[in-house]
Structures are given as structure tokens and as C-alpha cells.
Design a protein around this ligand. Sequence first.
Ligand code: MN
Length: 132
Amino acid sequence: MRPRILVIEDNAQNMYLVRYLLEMNGCEVAGAEDGPTGIALASGMSPDVILLDIQIPVMDGYAVAKALRANPALDAVPIVAVTSYAMAGDRERILAAGADDYIEKPIDPARFPSQVLAHVPRSSGGMKEDAR
Ligand code: MN
């Protein structure tokens, strides 16, 4: 199976780069430019991982992570925050809001695909040990 990744990101250049790197590595990628659109897409596609920018319109990434975690259909989907918002405390804050991991921008193109696939079970085409 191909890993299915939902990317919630409002910057078109970042979206293009992330989509390119993930598709090059065999992923199916769906994109949303704001939180409510991303949450609606997530409900329909049940992604293997959600990549979440923090600075996005309408709802910020913290609110999106909390909303995903409050949704019983989505609360087990790994959320990886991807953001340049690198002030002290932000990592703790997005993890407290429900994210599982954090990747800082600018992303490293050589490492990025494996940083994402580390959260996808092998049975879905990723690198994470399947739960037994
Ligand atoms: Mn942004």
C-alpha cells in the first residue's frame, strides 16, 4: 500500500516541495490550505499521517491538532507539526496540543521523507514497526 499523507500548509512553495518529496517516495498526498478544510479532508480519507503547519489561516495548528484529537475517528492518526515557529516552548506547546512529532522548517529534503515515513506502519508502506 502507498502511504497516504495529508498536508495542511498555506504556503504554496512549501506545499509544492513537500508534495514533490513525498510523491517521489511513493506517497499519495492530499493538501489543504487551512485547518477546517484539512479536518474535513482527514475525515474522508483517513490518512496515515497528517503534516500540520502551525501558522495557517482560520484556525492555527494548535487548534487543528486539538480538534483532530477530539475526533474519535481521527484521534489515533499521527500528527507531525512542520513549522518555522521555533521559539522556545513551541515544541512543547504543539506536542501538548496533540502532535506526535515536530519537524523544523526549512525542511531538509534528504531527511524529510524518512522523518514522515517513520510514523507510517510498514503494512501501509512506511517505516514504523507494525503493532502486534
Ligand atoms: Mn504557514
